[in-house]
Design a protein around this ligand. Sequence first.
Ligand code: ADP
Ligand code: MG
Length: 238
Amino acid sequence: MGLIRLNAVEKWFGEVQVIKGIDLEIDNGEFVVFVGPSGCGKSTLLRMIGGLEDISRGSLEIDGRDVTAEPPSKRGLAMVFQSYALYPHMSVRDNMGFSLKTAGAPKAEITAKVDNAAEVLKLEPYLDRRPKDLSGGQRQRVAIGRCIVRDPTAFLFDEPLSNLDAALRVEMRLEIAKLHHRLKATMIYVTHDQVEAMTLADRIVVLEFGKIAQVGTPKELYERPANLFVAQFIGSPK
Ligand code: ADP
Ligand code: MG
């Protein structure tokens, strides 16, 4: 059974339905990418999984537990956003350890977890710096580090690289692929960028106006697109 299960999930904003009955299972350790044009519902779907938006209809299970009505803090997930709001007055170390500190974790445990995340993300030389003294890529690493220390059931990424310049985007994409390989963590990643989707995903979910147009491996989508929309979006010659 999947680690994360969406059952007939719908989202309505007033009279407008933006997510139209999504059924999906995500396995433990899988890297799943939600891709589709702007406005198709990627962020809304991710935010419903993370608990930042209510699920209007349908249900969500994590690890066999129905979490549809649970607040974000009880879902065991960690979100990385496009605008990675770091605390400007805190060092990198304190930014990364903050959530553990507020949860009341012992100091030695916080130090050990931050050191481990810093090692994974090659942030060791920067632990005493403030965010303003870091590059864009380093800041993004700190934002990911804040998630790693919490040892989440899954990482949720919403277009985490879209504020970076092209060269850095490629570099960070490789970093995220390595991170997935190393942590063997479940990752759900939203992007409108086909290349990002094709290079990162174990499985891609193509969304079209709040519905799943197709789910498959990058190879399956490329070789056997279900319809013209998928073919055009993925760029294969159907
Ligand atoms: P994407 O991330 O794929 O660009 P979104 O999930 O942000 O798309 O948005 C999907 C649709 O839902 C869009 O039409 C958007 O305008 C609408 N939408 C998103 N958030 C709200 C909201 N809080 N209130 C009303 N409509 C919203
Ligand atoms: Mg979005």
